[in-house]
Design a protein around this ligand. Structure first.
Ligand SMILES: Cc1ncc(COP(=O)(O)O)c(C=O)c1O
Length: 374
């Protein structure tokens, strides 16, 4: 018998439950990527990459940052990113996943509490599991639930620091966190506030600097800006007080034991931040698309979204998958999102609005949606 029999069995079991995933070639108009501003394949990024290459920057870093991989391109990016996002310091990681592992495994200590929104991203949850702190969830975007959970933990004898962890814009629901109230709660309770701005960076907040920008300078606030979504490149920037950034450099295993990202991409990112600060055209074009999608959604009886992420709930795996396939067959790359990414019973089509499809694709996609959902 093959040594791989148990693994084949696992794949068969996934198959039987309709959960076996396959990597597929990309096709159809983009309503699925997080390349919201259409930067990833843009002429701008090509030009920035060419200029960075021509300036002699290496593609690979060759080592971890604490060894020989600390190319000056990282410090240049981090200085500008800290200024751009309004924080005391920044630290660049190769991915948002690695950044969340770092944050949640290295900062909260053994007697601390990580108090997180129930819908927080898997990468944050994985980081928490690697860390020593107690973990409690509060009901999605419910500040009273957060306060009660925190106070219950204290009443049970919890004495350490509290790390309140949320996203500013939720990736599967497209809704914004009540950040003002959460920031007030953090201040009231002497808690840290960690805000994952993955889907907001580059788009939302003043000049696209994130929804948490008004709080980013405070010593108890940490923001995470992923760079592979609206910013069109790769990686993530943790923006925080310099003390916390230094602690991450010293304690975060996903930073210490990993080859530094590409210096070339760090330089490209620096160019992207400068471009976004100087030219709001792409951001404004996306906001116009969000408004247009809201009107189109209403016109076919769907709830509009507050953001560029529009979930259309189609409960049931089979129904939701069938709807996605029907839309894909009509030329629209719209994906079904199922459990465990979203709670069972809330399976959905996730429409991601980007600047990649031409203007005519948006009304056409809603016409197709109306047909498929009828
Ligand atoms: C909210 C959130 N945080 C973190 C990540 C991870 O970022 P990355 O894709 O750069 O690893 C993602 C996306 O995948 C995300 O949606």
């Amino acid at each position: 018998m093959s040594l791989l029999a148990p693994q084949r069995g696992l794949l068969d079991a996934l198959n039987q439950r309709g959960r076996r995933r396959m990597l597929q070639p990309v096709a159809g108009a983009d309503f699925a990527s997080n390349d919201y501003l259409g930067l990833a394949g843009s002429e701008l990024l090509r030009d920035l990459t060419r200029a960075a290459l021509d300036s002699g920057l290496p593609t690979g870093s060759g080592a971890a940052r604490l060894l020989r991989g600390n190319h000056p391109a990282f410090a240049a990016l981090e200085t500008e990113a800290a200024a751009h996002f309004g924080a005391g310091a920044a630290l660049y990681f190769g991915s948002g996943y690695a950044a969340n592992l770092a944050l949640f495994s290295a900062l909260p200590a053994a007697r601390d509490l990580v108090l997180h929104d129930a819908l927080i991203h898997a990468s944050a949850l994985d980081g928490m599991r690697l860390g020593p702190a107690t973990i409690r969830a509060f009901a999605h975007s419910d500040v009273d639930s957060a306060r009660d959970t925190l106070r219950n933990w204290r009443a049970e004898g919890g004495t350490g620091q509290v790390w309140l962890a949320v996203e500013s814009l939720y990736s599967m629901d497209g809704d914004f966190a009540p950040l003002d109230d959460l920031a007030a709660l953090a201040a009231e309770e002497g808690a840290f506030l960690i805000v994952d701005e993955a889907h907001a960076s580059g788009i939302w907040g003043d000049g696209g600097r994130g929804v948490a920008a008004p709080f980013a300078h405070l010593e108890h606030v940490v923001t995470l800006h992923t760079c592979g979504k609206a910013l069109g490149v790769q990686g993530a920037l943790i923006c925080a007080d310099p003390v916390l950034v230094e602690l991450l450099v010293n304690r975060a295993r996903s930073f210490i034991y990993s080859t530094a990202p590409s210096p070339l991409l760090a330089e490209v990112l620096r160019g992207v931040l400068a471009h976004l600060a100087a030219d709001p055209a792409r951001r404004l074009a996306l906001l116009a698309r969000v408004a247009q999608a809201g009107d189109l959604a209403r016109s076919i009886g769907l709830a509009p979204s507050q953001s560029q992420i529009l979930p259309v709930i189609v409960p049931g795996d089979t129904r939701c998958l069938a709807a996605a396939h029907a839309l894909q067959a009509r030329g629209f790359d719209i994906r079904a999102i199922r459990a465990p990414t979203v709670p069972k019973g809330t399976e959905r089509l996730r429409l991601s609005l980007t600047l990649n499809p031409d203007a005519a694709a948006l009304p056409a996609a809603f016409a197709a949606l109306q047909e498929v959902l009828a």
